[in-house]
Ligand binder design. Structure first.
Ligand code: BG6
Length: 484
């Protein structure tokens, strides 16, 4: 396989929260990998900005440690790391006051592409945006990158959009949902729209139902404070699973261009039905020998926040009426596994004996681990003795098909940061899209609060509460096994 690295123009990237956890784990190691791939032009520069006092050497040491921790030894020889660190600088900044902004203004080049990554809590988005504008650091071509959570309901999301809009145009705002940067998620669009095979069947006439699962083994330990105010609905469904649903369900856009794609996603969100209570199962993990329960992790013995959710979602449009989308996500489950699985309908009539066996086609798109796709088709079981049918995988594991290099897929953040520099918003959420997602989510959460609903306890290492299985059983369907 020939890997193609498309160079980008010179840039200055300022990371607010440059010493924070996200910067350390994802953004800086991601930039290092792009540097190794040869994608960073000679004079591209990265400026960390945060509250603490630190000089350039101090920041270089901090980033060097992050690289040592998050980049495998094979990919980091001392010389390359040193060359990368040369690109880094640091400036202390007071996001809520005036300190540090003039110094930042002097550091940032006006003639380069400038991008400002808000790797900070949403409470600071407005302050930073306003000061970038006021101190004339940002130009009309600058980009700002904002992390999730983008609000915690429709009202707060609207307020955030409004405060950003005071200083930046929509074409400058990059709202990150890192699931959109995952390789297989983009592949879903390639499979749907670059092949003639699937699209004619991609509707309620041929698809029985769709399952979207994002299962994690991790607990919320260490981030209980944030998580407890959020829960699986706000943390995962409103954004990541919603985006996966949109890309699966949307109409073909006329072009692979930011507004064409985002217009189609928005139409899907607006076509989602309100979800009745009986179509949602919420869960909270209990304790086991390997770890504490959710309430212990959250440090609130009364917590009613869900660490698991399963729901049946109906889309009211011509393409999907009658084909449910089942969404499921949770912490401390059996395995780390994310996939979108499209279950096709059975053939309308079988010409074979009943005991030959019949199998509906299944297309599964695996986001992690082992990114790839698998289409199950029915064939004749080899050998004499009549027609016996068996379903076999048409496996499209990238590493097998494209060589081992393909298994080394870039992290979602790498791809997305480079898209910011290129000025490509296709894989970022538009303001109206985020608001529409909250407009659908809010009444669900309000319903739980009004009724005082409690989540069901589930065993860590399981597939979630029993009721989640029933959600499909009662429709005569079954969840796919959660397995790595
Ligand atoms: C984050 C959520 O956005 O996504 C986390 O806040 C979650 O709770 C994480 O663990 C999952 O991301 P990934 O890429 O590991 O599947």
């Amino acid at each position: 396989m020939v890997s193609r690295v498309i160079p980008v123009d010179p840039f200055d990237l300022v990371i607010f929260g440059g010493t924070g956890d996200l910067a350390r784990r994802k953004i800086l190691p991601g930039l290092y990998r792009r540097f190794v791939a040869g994608q960073m032009p000679e004079d591209a520069r990265i400026i960390g900005a945060a509250r603490g006092e630190m000089d350039q050497a101090g920041y270089q040491a901090f980033v060097g440690e992050a690289i040592a921790e998050f980049i495998s030894e094979k990919k980091r020889d001392a010389e390359t790391v040193a060359a990368f660190l040369e690109r880094l600088n640091y400036t202390p900044i007071d996001a809520r006051g005036e300190g540090g902004w003039d110094a930042l203004a002097k550091m940032v080049r006006k003639e380069a592409i400038t991008a400002f990554y808000f790797s900070v809590g949403p409470g600071l988005f407005g302050d930073i945006a306003t000061r970038l504008h006021k101190h004339k650091i940002a130009t009309p071509e600058s980009r700002i990158v904002v992390e999730k959570p983008f609000g915690r309901d429709l009202e707060s999301a609207k307020a955030l959009n409004a405060v950003l809009a005071e200083s930046f145009d929509e074409h400058q705002i990059y709202r990150i949902d890192h699931y959109l940067g995952k390789e297989t998620v983009q592949n879903l669009m390639a499979v749907r729209f670059a092949n003639v095979l699937f699209e004619p069947l991609w509707n309620a006439q041929y698809i029985d139902h769709v399952q979207i699962t994002v299962a994690e083994t991790v607990s919320v330990g260490g981030r209980g404070g944030y998580y407890d105010k959020s829960g699986a609905m706000r943390d995962m469904i409103q954004n990541h699973l919603m985006q996966l649903l949109c890309l699966t369900a949307m109409e073909p856009p006329s072009k692979f261009d930011p507004d064409a794609v985002r217009d189609e996603k928005l139409k899907v969100i607006r076509a989602l039905d309100a979800v009745p209570t009986e179509n949602i199962v919420r869960g909270q993990y209990g304790a086991d020998g390997d770890g504490p329960s959710y309430v212990e992790d959250s440090e609130d013995p009364e917590s009613r926040t869900e660490s698991f959710i399963a729901m049946k979602v109906d889309i009211s449009n011509w393409r999907w009426k009658g084909t449910p989308f089942y969404l499921r996500t949770g912490k401390r489950l059996k395995a780390r596994m994310s996939e979108i699985v499209v279950h096709f309908k059975e053939t309308p009539h079988s010409i074979f004996d009943e005991d030959a066996g019949s199998h509906a086609n299944i297309l599964s798109i695996r986001l992690q681990p082992d990114e790839g796709m698998d289409l199950r088709v029915t064939i004749k079981e080899p050998g004499p003795g009549g027609m016996r049918l068996v379903d076999v995988p048409l496996d499209m594991t990238f590493a097998d098909a494209l060589g081992p290099e393909a298994a080394d897929v870039p992290d979602a953040y790498e791809r997305l940061i480079m898209d910011v520099i290129r000025g490509n918003q296709t894989l970022f959420m538009r303001g109206d899209e985020v608001e529409a997602a909250w407009a659908w989510t809010d009444p669900i959460i309000e319903g739980w609060i009004t009724r005082g609903d409690k989540p069901k306890t589930y065993d860590p290492g399981s597939s979630g509460p029993e009721d989640a299985l029933m959600l499909l059983h009662r429709d005569g369907r079954r969840w796919r096994e959660i397995s790595a």
